[in-house]
Design a protein around this ligand. Structure first.
Ligand SMILES: CCCCC/C=C/CC(=O)SCCNC(=O)CCNC(=O)[C@H](O)C(C)(C)COP(=O)(O)OP(=O)(O)OC[C@H]1O[C@@H](n2cnc3c(N)ncnc32)[C@H](O)[C@@H]1OP(=O)(O)O
Length: 359
C-alpha cells in the first residue's frame, strides 16, 4: 500500500471528476479525512447547534480523534478509489468492495467462505510490525468490519506469527526528531489497539509460530486464539525497558490472574502454546503438522453459523468492557511514551540493532 503525497493529491483531483454525487454521508467523510490528512486532529471551536452544515463537518472531523495524518491520507485515497471505480453511487457502495481492490505492502488480505484472512507478510523480518504495517492493519480491520464475512482471522506468513514491534523503527532518527516520532507512533498505537477493541465480529488469531510483544498482548482482545504447538508467547517488555500495551495490563490479569500475568508481562516468562492454553490465553493447541488443516476446517464450520447472531453475541460479550478498555489503552500508551524515551529502552534498541542481544 502506498500513500504518497502525489497519490493523495491525485485523489483530491479525482473527487472533482466524480460523475455521480456521492451523497452527504460520503462527502462528510471525505471532508473529515481531507482535514485530518492536511491539518491533523480537529482543534476548531465547535459551531453552534443551528449552524447545521458546519456542525456536521466539525462532528465528522472531530470523530477522527487523533488518527495520524498518514492514516487519514491513505483512507482518503482508498475511499476515492472505491468511489471512482464503482458504477454505483457511493452511498450504495457495497461494504468491503474496496477491500478487495486494496493492495497492502505488508499484508495479504483475502476473503473466502465467509472468512476474511489478514495475513502479516514480512516473513524475512519474522513479521515484525513497522509503522506502515500498523496502519495497514488498522485499514484492513476497518474494511473487514464492513465486509460480508462472518469471521475475521489474523495470522502470519512463514515460520513466525509475529516478532512484535519493529525494533528498527527508530533507527536513522536524529535526537531532535525522536520525541515527535515517539508521540506520533503512540498516537498510532492507540488507534491500532482501539481498532481491536471496536472490532464488531469474531476476531480469531491463528498463531502459526512464535509470537512476541504486541503480537501477544493483542491476543487478549481476540475472541479465539488457535495455536500451533510450535508457537511460543513472549512479552520481553522489561528486557527492552518497555511496559505492557495492547490492554494487556487489564486483560492478562483477568484472563490468567495477576500473579501469572506479572510473570509474563513484568518478568518476561516465555510460554509454550500448551502453557498459554492452560492460562486461558490460547483457546486450543493443534499439532503443527495438521495445524492449518484442522484450524481452517473448524473456522469454515463456524463461518456457516448465522452471521448476525454470531456478531451480536460477540458484541453482547465484549461491549460491556469497551469504555474500560479505551481508558486502559490510553493510559498504557501514555506510560509507554515515556518508556520509549528512556535510556533503558534506547539501550535495548541499540543492542538489538548491533545484534549483541538475542532473546
Ligand atoms: C508503535 C509504537 C510501539 C511501541 C513499542 C511497543 C513494543 C511492543 C513489542 O512488540 S516489544 C517486542 C519487540 N520484539 C522483539 O524484541 C523481538 C526482536 N527479535 C528477536 O529477538 C529475534 O529476531 C527473534 C527471536 C524474533 C528471531 O530470532 P532468529 O535468530 O530466529 O531470527 P533473526 O534474529 O535473524 O531475525 C530475522 C530477521 O528479522 C529481523 N527481525 C526480527 N524481529 C524483529 C523486530 N522485532 N524488529 C525488527 N526486525 C526484526 C531481524 O533483524 C532479521 O533481519 P535481518 O535478516 O535483516 O538481520
Amino acid at each position: 500500500m502506498r500513500s504518497s503525497q502525489e497519490e493523495f493529491e491525485n485523489a483530491v483531483n479525482r473527487v472533482k471528476l466524480l460523475k455521480k454525487d456521492p451523497g452527504n454521508e460520503v462527502k462528510l467523510k471525505l471532508y473529515a479525512l481531507y482535514k485530518q490528512a492536511t491539518e491533523g486532529p480537529c482543534n476548531m471551536p465547535k459551531p453552534g447547534v443551528f449552524d447545521f452544515i458546519n456542525k456536521a463537518k466539525w462532528d465528522a472531523w472531530n470523530a477522527l480523534g487523533s488518527m495520524p495524518k498518514e492514516t487519514a491520507r491513505q483512507s482518503y485515497v482508498d475511499l476515492v478509489s472505491s468511489l471512482s471505480s464503482s458504477s454505483m453511487s457511493s452511498s450504495q457502495v457495497k461494504p468491503g468492495a474496496d477491500r478487495k481492490q486494496q493492495e497492502y505492502e505488508n499484508l495479504v488480505v483475502t476473503s473466502e467462505d465467509g472468512i476474511t484472512k489478514i495475513m502479516l507478510n514480512r516473513p524475512t523480518k519474522k513479521n515484525a510490525i513497522n509503522t506502515q504495517m500498523y496502519q495497514e492493519i488498522i485499514l484492513a480491520l476497518k474494511a473487514a468490519s464492513k465486509d460480508n464475512s462472518v469471521l475475521t482471522v489474523l495470522t502470519g506468513n512463514g515460520d513466525y506469527y509475529c516478532s512484535g514491534n519493529d525494533l528498527t523503527d527508530f533507527s536513522g532518527i536524529t535526537a531532535g526528531e525522536i520525541e515527535e516520532k515517539v508521540k506520533n507512533n503512540l498516537d498510532m498505537l492507540r488507534v491500532f489497539v482501539n481498532s481491536f477493541i471496536d472490532f464488531p465480529k469474531p476476531l480469531i488469531a491463528v498463531v502459526n509460530g512464535p509470537a512476541v510483544g504486541i503480537a501477544v498482548t493483542i491476543l487478549g482482545l481476540c475472541d479465539a486464539v488457535y495455536a500451533s504447538d510450535r508457537a511460543t508467547f513472549h512479552t520481553p517488555f522489561s528486557h527492552l525497558g518497555l511496559s505492557p500495551e495492547g490492554c494487556s495490563s487489564y486483560t492478562f490479569p483477568k484472563i490468567m490472574g495477576p500473579a501469572k500475568a506479572i510473570e509474563m508481562l513484568v518478568f518476561g516468562k516465555k510460554l509454550t502454546a500448551e502453557e498459554a492454553c492452560a492460562r486461558g490465553l490460547v483457546t486450543e493447541v493443534f499439532p503443527d503438522n495438521t495445524f492449518q488443516k484442522q484450524v481452517w476446517a473448524r473456522l469454515k464450520a463456524y463461518s456457516e453459523f448465522p452471521a448476525n447472531s454470531i456478531r451480536i453475541s460477540k458484541q453482547v460479550i465484549r461491549n460491556m468492557e469497551k469504555e474500560k478498555l479505551y481508558a486502559v489503552n490510553a493510559e498504557e500508551c501514555s506510560v509507554l511514551q515515556e518508556r520509549l524515551l528512556s535510556n533503558e529502552c534506547i539501550n535495548a534498541a541499540v543492542n538489538f540493532l548491533s545484534r549483541k542481544a538475542k532473546l
